[in-house]
Write a protein that binds this ligand. Structure first.
Ligand SMILES: Cc1cc2nc3c(=O)[nH]c(=O)nc-3n(C[C@H](O)[C@H](O)[C@H](O)COP(=O)(O)OP(=O)(O)OC[C@H]3O[C@@H](n4cnc5c(N)ncnc54)[C@H](O)[C@@H]3O)c2cc1C
Length: 292
């Protein structure tokens, strides 16, 4: 289908983009990679009156590691992350895994990490990884910038903390230390499909081998990417033995609240949530040279 008529404006600076968004309020939408917005407009699921294209804002395309944080600018593509030199470093294994399984290589050439967070699809991959990593999103409006923790940023399906007249300018992922590794486990029917079920895991160990911190989140397990805080609590302070991993996986399976669809039934998806959390934890531990 052809989208409903809309006005198109190209912003050349963040201030210019915000001025357009302020002027048009709820009628305007940011256009980043267009990989979700344009299909939604073609299906008439979205009918913005004005598109504010941010792709010519030069200072939004960057991957910057500083102050213990990896900052990803709003027009950085999934493929930029996938090809970054540091991405093979074990500490970034969760981000690395995700950057290789979001959609397909063609979509990743255009789709942005920040756009994925702003789109907040219940089956999205970056939202789930951002939860497990305890990422933040930097949101700019007329009054300046605010940094929103990802748990507050993801409000509900396709809804975030970005208000009218605002845009997200960057995602910030805390830099993991040497004793941290992660894993992203995704079951998809074929390459390029959204997850039937997926789990993001990030785990940090103390020098004595006990778990210092854990991040566990699920995709396609409810209206929004889902943090499994019970599983995180079960791990912290304990040695990551097999029984602890199984308890965390069971907690994930119980907490998962998927919908039946053409990708599978509820019981199947709940079962997968547990299997993928256990698999992710074991892979993260193996990457740390630790054994369950
Ligand atoms: C064939 C196909 C398969 C896909 N498979 C997957 C998959 O397996 N997993 C997955 O996670 N995703 C998948 N996607 C979605 C893809 O990853 C999108 O690129 C992503 O969800 C949105 O990023 P974008 O930059 O294209 O955003 P856009 O499409 O440009 O925007 C999406 C929404 O976010 C808003 N937005 C974007 N950037 C900003 C910003 N800076 N500030 C405020 N609002 C903003 C837009 O206004 C819009 O409402 C798939 C898409 C396609 C076409």
């Amino acid at each position: 289908m052809i989208p409903a008529a809309f006005e198109y404006v190209r912003a050349h600076s963040i201030d210019e983009a915000i001025a357009h968004l302020q002027q048009h309020g709820g009628d305007a939408r940011v256009l980043a990679g267009g990989q979700s917005l344009i299909p939604a407009m073609r299906f008439r699921l979205a009918r913005p009156a004005v598109l504010v294209d941010i792709n010519s804002v030069r200072d939004l395309s960057y991957l910057r590691a500083s102050d213990g944080v990896l900052e990803i600018g709003a027009t950085s593509r999934d493929s930029d992350v996938e090809r970054a030199g540091w991405i093979g470093d074990r500490r970034w294994s969760l981000i690395h895994d995700v950057s290789r399984v979001v959609a397909d290589p063609v979509v990743r050439q255009m789709g942005t990490v920040v756009g994925s967070l702003c789109h907040n699809d219940p089956s999205g991959d970056w939202t789930t990884a951002a939860l497990a990593s305890r990422a933040e999103v930097v949101v700019r409006g007329k009054a300046g910038a605010r940094t929103v923790p990802i748990d507050e940023f993801l409000v509900d399906s396709f809804t975030t903390a970005v208000g009218e007249g605002e845009m997200a300018v960057a995602a910030r992922f805390p830099k993991p230390d040497d004793r941290t590794a992660g894993s992203y486990q995704k079951i998809e029917r074929k390459v390029g499909d959204f997850a039937t079920a997926a789990a993001a895991v990030q785990i940090s160990l103390n020098a004595d081998g006990t778990v210092r911190a854990a991040g566990i989140a699920l995709s396609a397990a409810g209206p929004c990417a889902l943090r499994v805080d019970e599983a995180e609590r079960l791990l912290v302070g304990r040695e990551p033995r097999d029984e602890t991993i199984r308890a965390a996986a069971d907690a994930a399976s119980r907490r998962s609240a998927p919908q039946a669809d053409l990708r599978g039934g509820v019981d199947y998806k709940k079962h997968l949530a547990g299997v993928l959390v256990a698999r992710g934890l074991r892979q993260a531990l193996a990457r740390l040279g630790a054994r369950a």
